[in-house]
Every structure is written in C-alpha cells, then in structure tokens.
Write a protein that binds this ligand. Structure first.
Ligand code: HDE
Length: 723
C-alpha cells in the first residue's frame, strides 16, 4: 500500500491561489444564477432584446448536469502518477464538450462582427407599407446587425478587398424581418443558380488552398471575365468600397427590389439603402494591406471600441420608390436585375427611419456566430419580387442553417428568437428546447380548443398580394439582362479622379497577381468597354497591349451620388488621433487637443517610446501605445507634441511617413515640427498642421482635417514619388 504523505487537496490549492491574487473583478450583471427559460418565451423575464440573461454561473462550479465539483484541474487518477481512470465522468464530459465547440463556419460571410441596436421609424413609410417597423412613427424596434466579409474564413483578416455583408435582424412586434444586404448595391450574378460557381471561383484554389480571402487570383478573374454580368459588381469591389475604413462608414443596400404593401393593399416596388451618419470612407490600399498583418481584427475592434466609447454608429434607412408596373422597370432599368442600380438622381432615397447600434454582444459565439439570417424572414407589408437571385436565396438561407446550426430549431436560439408571440405547429427535431403542451399540433383541430387559429390580412396575417404569373417553362432570362457594361461605365465616369485612380491601381494589382496571360487579356477586353483610359492604364501596368476595336458602352449621365469623396466635412465620432510624445512632452498641450477632440466624439491616444505614464508637475498622461506597439493604421491623424524625442526613433518616423503617404492629417507643435522634418515631411504640404502651441487653432484645424477624412489634395505629391 502506498504510504505517501497526505497531499493538499486540489480545491485548497485553488482557494489559496485566488486569495493571494488581486480582487477578482465584480460580477457582470448577467452572471446571476442560471435560470431555466422556455425557448418559446414562456416564463421569459429577461431583457426584451433577444438576449438570454443567463451568465455562465452562480457561485458554485458544476457539471453541465448541475453536480457540484471539488476540482476541475486534475484528472481522477490511481495515485498521483497515474493512470487516469475511465470513471472520471467530469474529465470525459469536459473534453467531449470541448471537442465539439466549433460549428461549421458560414460557407460565405464566415468572418464577421455584430452589434445590438434599435431602429426607429420616422413615419414616412406609412403611405407605402403596413409593416409597423417601417410605418409607425416613433416605434422603436430592437435589432441585431452582423457585418462580414464574403470570401475569407472565420479567422481571416478584416481589411481585405472584398464585398461586406450588412445583415439586419429586426425583432418586430409582427415577427422577425431580416434585411440581408451588402455594402454594394449590385451583385456578381443575375441568377442564384450561379452562386456556387462564383464562390468556387473566389475561394482559395482547391489544390493548395491559397490565397485566403483574396480576389487577386486566376479563378476569380477567370469567372468574372467569362460571366460579364459580374463586371458591375467587380468594379465596385475594385473601387474604394472594397476596403472600408470601418463598418461604421459603409453604406448598406438590400440589392434586390422588394415590394411594399400598405393598409389598402396598394403596392410599390422599392430598393433599400442604409446611409451612414459618418459618411462613406475607405482605407487606402497600402493601409488595408498593413492592417491585415498588424491588426487583422481592425474592423471588429473598431466597431467594438466605438460602441464601448459611446460613439454609437448610426444609419438612416431610406427607400427608392418605383411604381409597381407589370414591366417592373423604371426609366428603362430592369428592377429585377440585381446587377443594376437606379441612380439616386432619378429616384431619390427617402428616409424612413434611423438605426443606432448601442450595445456590443455579450458572447460572440452565442450571438454573432449563431445568428441566422434569411431573406424569407418577412413581415406583413414587405414582400420579395421575382428577382431570380432573391428567389434562390429564399431557399439557400434556410437550408444552410440546417447544417450550420445542426437542425431545424435554430429560431429557438436566444439571438434568433422572435420578440413576437410564437404559436407554430412545428414539433420535435434536433435541439428542441420547448416543452410543448397540448395534443394537437395541427390546424384546424377540435382537441386543443382549436388553437392556434389562422389570421387573415385584417388580423395581421401574412397574405401575399395576388400577382398574375404565366409563361413558358425554360432556362431563360429577359433580354435586358444582357446589358453588362452600361452601368459599370456609368459608375466609373461618376467617380472623382482620385477615386478613378484607385480603381486603376486595384485592377492593376489584382490582375498583376494572376498567372494566366489569357485571363489578363480577356480582362482588358472587359475594361475597354467601361472606359478607354482605365483600360489603357491597366494595360500599361500589366505590360500588355490595349485590345483593339472595342467600343466603350453607352451610359447615362454621371451620378454624383456614387462618389464617396465629398466637398463637405463629416462628423468625426470615434476617429482616433495619435500624439507622438515622450518624457519631456508638453502635457498641457496634449490636454488641450484632447478636450477639443472629445468635444466632437473623437479620441486621442498618447504614443511614447515605452509604456507607463508621462508626468510633468501634477499632470499625468497614460501612455496607450508605444513605438513598439503602435502603427500608423490605427490613427486617423498623427500629431507630434512639443518635447517629443527629437532624434527621431525610426518607428515614430515610419508612423509619420505612412500617415503622410496615406493622406492623413499629420501635424506638430513647438519643436515637434523638427521631427516631421526628420521624417522628410514638408510642413507646408497639404494637410500638414503645425503651430507654436497646441492651442484652439491647431485643435480646430485637426478636427476640420478629420472631417474631410483625408487630405485629398496631397495626392499628386504622394504619387509623384511613384515611378
Ligand atoms: Fe448570401 N448567403 N447568398 N448574399 N449572404 C449567406 O447564409 C446566398 C447574396 C449575405 O451575417 C449564407 O447564413 C445565395 C446577396 C449576407 O450571417 C448562404 C446567393 C447578398 C450574408 C447565402 C447569395 C447576400 C450571407 C451563408 C445568390 C446581398 C451573411 C451563411 C443568390 C444582398 C449573413 C448563411 C450573416 C450569407 C446564400 C447572394 C448577403 C449560403 C445562394 C445578393 C450579408 O445561405
């Protein structure tokens, strides 16, 4: 028999370890004792925003079955040195659960970030729809929004060139409505049947599984040049829209045309638009590339931090309204073609409500990962149309959730639960959470007193507006779907020259990463139909001849609404200014600058040679970034303080040079100007802000520069340094 001395029980070790460490943080409000909640809402007394208030625990650690545990750090062994016993039910249960923690990632849009918020209707929608969420003035509807990239896997970088998803779940009192949109108003294809093909082409090559989250490869360009309906979406991707500065600075679009129905059952056709309060802003390509390495969570972090700091992102929801004619066209534009926009100059976007995102998720998996959107989640007053892309989506979203969320009961997951009463007759299935009562889950019945009863239109039932349908069966498309080039041409000519240059650079980069000569040559024949100069410049970049005898497509007159560079300033909430400082820095000046920025909702972060604090008299500044941890990409402007290290640590100089190259405001006060000069920055260049002191004038100039997003007039200077 083993006679080893009595060992300290593992539980004692844990208790003493906790006692010797600093005070544990206070419990979060949602970490009250677990409660049992019926998934269909019976007995639900938590917040009404769809979040289950269950935190992870009360006081005592238990197994999933509620058995209290003395120790979760040591396997049950025969003696201290082994072997582990099969009898250890806790070990097996803990590892089993861990083994199954991952669920399949979304087949597209795998990488995302979400937030809770509220949508408030302004009442203007009442004339066109009976849906209370859009019609009832002042009605506040809770929402959950998930933003995403399309091509990358869950762990891929945020700032890649790609389309962004903008999916909104409205928990309306009439049932759940999902508006599953993107940050671009058109799509690559006109028929859902091609979706597997475009995604196979965009995803990594099947042999080596590279490149990750990129469109700059042969198969993508092969597809979009063979299926030229993709030309319009592709040029949006090659524009600055493909690399947003933030989810907060993106427009959103429903893409398809929808049908709205009012109380009198009159219909109109509409397109949905989300307009960001902060304006539409993007990264520069180099900035996006650096961020993908330095901070792959750039957009996720930005969204989380902004909400945490009270800079709640805001969008206006607007609709373009078209008469519901049998042709389903407007000014000659086919409203069922998802590769077409209707220029805002032809049909203005009319605001019908405001979205504010005001709370971060409590648990990423439970909310952002498990949220399940579906284009078929509609409420009375909002209908789809015959757009063949939308019709295919109506099948796909339900189908994909079956695999991803392992069964048909995903509307019972807290984030997906409707906030309207649910009285359906669905039963059983994997992960059934409800304990249904009654004996007759069918309608009508005479056993359970006949309930639940159907509702007609007057009682708020979802009754489709009658529509006439006829036609010959066939795999066909309308002739108007053959126009693939007039709108890409319209888009390109509507941009400012700076934005056009970015488009040229993007095509040159992406096609330059392709290996197949034939694909590059075919791509040039597509560009030749959009714009001759665009084609010529990309051809030069690729070292290929311009294709001959191809005419540019005819297009409408320019649509200035398509530009994102505008002459007027935008709000600067959540923008970040880095101040390069050091032990001798003018802390009073930093305080002045901070006050002015915070008054506009922007933030100031001190960057110094090393961490800790900067102290001068009674003034103390916390160092938030060091020369080692900071990089230009996380700042919208960088200013050098008087008294910052003058010799120019190369890391600080690189920060300044990058910011200058990315057309951000850079500045300095006092002898900080010398640091700018060491970095090779001309203090008289556009967007370089200098002063003797960090006074109100310098602060106002910084705020104004941030409002313009970038010093666009510096572009020629920066490009002059490129061969
Ligand atoms: Fe999607 N799409 N999609 N899509 N989509 C998915 O559904 C699909 C399309 C969009 O944050 C999947 O739950 C087909 C257009 C967003 O959870 C899947 C077609 C638009 C999201 C699917 C399209 C979108 C998805 C994958 C061609 C903009 C992320 C996981 C007809 C209007 C939602 C999932 C989130 C996700 C299918 C085209 C937007 C496979 C078949 C057009 C924002 O069901």
């Amino acid at each position: 028999m083993c006679s080893s001395p009595r060992r300290v029980a593992p539980g004692d070790v844990i208790r003493s370890r906790i006692r010797s460490s600093p005070m544990p943080p206070a419990r979060k409000p949602d970490q009250s004792a677990p409660r049992t909640v019926s998934p269909t809402g019976v007995g639900y007394d938590g917040p009404k925003d769809g979040r289950d208030p269950r935190g992870q625990a009360g006081d005592k650690l238990t197994t999933p079955n509620g058995v209290r545990l003395p120790d979760t750090d040591h396997s049950l062994k025969a003696g201290p040195r082994g072997p582990v016993l099969l009898e250890d039910f806790h070990l097996r249960e803990k590892i089993m659960h861990f083994d199954h923690e991952r669920i399949p990632e979304r087949v597209v849009h795998a990488r995302g970030a979400g937030a809770h918020g509220v949508f408030t209707a302004n009442g203007a929608g009442a004339s066109v729809t009976r849906a209370a969420v859009l019609a009832e003035k002042g009605l506040e509807t809770p929402v959950f929004v998930r933003f995403s990239t399309v091509l990358g896997s869950r762990g891929s970088a945020d700032t890649v060139r790609d389309t962004r998803g903008f999916a909104t779940k409205f928990y309306t009192k009439e049932g759940t409505w999902d508006l599953v949109g993107n940050n671009m108003p058109v799509f690559f294809i006109q028929d859902a049947i091609k979706f597997p093909d475009i995604i196979h082409a965009g995803k990594p090559h099947p042999d080596r599984e590279i490149p990750q989250a990129q469109s700059a490869h042969d198969t993508f360009w092969d597809f979009v040049t063979l299926h030229t309906e993709a030309t319009h979406h592709t040029i949006w991707n090659m524009s600055d829209r493909g690399i947003p500065r933030s989810y907060r600075t993106m427009e959103g679009f429903g893409v398809h045309t929808f049908r709205l129905v009012n109380e009198k059952r009159e219909t109109v056709l509409v397109k949905f638009h989300w307009k960001p309060k902060l304006g539409v802003h993007s990264l520069t390509w180099e900035e996006a590339q650096i961020a993908a390495g330095v901070d792959p969570d750039f957009h996720r972090r930005d969204l989380y931090d902004a909400i945490e700091n009270g800079a709640f992102p805001e969008w206006e929801l607007g609709i373009q309204v078209f008469p519901d004619t049998p042709e389903e066209t407007f000014e000659g534009i086919d409203l069922l073609d998802p590769t077409k926009i209707v220029p805002e100059e032809l049909a203005p976007v009319q605001p019908i409500g405001t979205l504010v995102l005001n709370a971060n998720p409590t648990n990423f998996f439970a909310e952002t990962e498990q949220v399940a959107f579906h284009t078929g989640h509609l409420v009375p007053g909002i209908e789809g149309t015959n757009d063949p892309l939308l019709q295919g989506r109506n099948f796909s979203y339900l189908d994909t959730q079956l695999t991803r969320l392992a069964g048909p009961n995903f509307t019972q997951i807290p984030i997906n639960r409707p906030h309207a009463p649910v009285n359906d007759n669905t039963r059983d299935g994997f992960h059934q959470q409800a304990v249904h009562t009654g004996q007759a889950p069918y309608t009508p019945n005479s056993v359970d007193a006949g309930v639940p009863f159907p509702s007609d239109w007057s009682e708020g039932g979802y009754v489709q507006v009658p529509r006439h349908v006829e036609g010959e069966v066939g795999r066909t498309a309308p002739a108007s779907f053959d126009d693939h080039f007039s709108q890409p041409a319209l888009f390109y000519k509507s941009l400012t020259s700076v934005e056009q240059q970015h488009v040229i650079d993007a095509y040159t980069f992406e096609l330059g990463k392709c290996y197949e000569q034939a694909i590059k040559e075919r791509a040039l024949t597509v560009l030749a139909r959009i714009d001759a100069d665009l084609c010529a410049q990309v051809a030069t970049g690729l070292g290929l001849p311009v294709p001959k005898k191809i005419k540019v497509a005819k297009s409408r007159s320019e649509s200035p609404a398509l530009r994102q560079i505008r002459p007027t300033p935008f709000p600067i909430e959540g923008r970040i200014v880095g101040v390069v400082a050091g032990p001798g820095a003018d802390l009073a000046g930093i305080a002045t600058l901070r006050k002015a920025l915070e008054a506009e909702g922007a933030l100031l972060r001190v960057i110094a040679p090393h961490g800790g604090q900067l102290v001068k008299g009674t003034t103390v500044e916390i160092v938030e970034r060091t020369f080692a941890t900071g990089r230009s990409i996380e700042f919208d402007a960088i200013v050098v303080a008087d008294g910052a290290p003058k010799d120019g640590d190369f890391r600080a100089l690189v920060m300044l040079q990058e910011a200058f190259r990315h057309l951000k405001a850079v500045g300095a006060w006092g002898d900080g100007v010398a640091v700018l000069k060491t970095a090779g920055i001309d203090p008289t260049a556009p967007g370089v802000l200098t002063g003797k002191k960090a006074n109100a004038k310098l602060a106002a100039a910084t705020v104004a520069a941030l409002g313009m997003h970038r010093a666009w007039d510096r572009t020629p200077l920066v490009r002059a340094s490129m061969v």
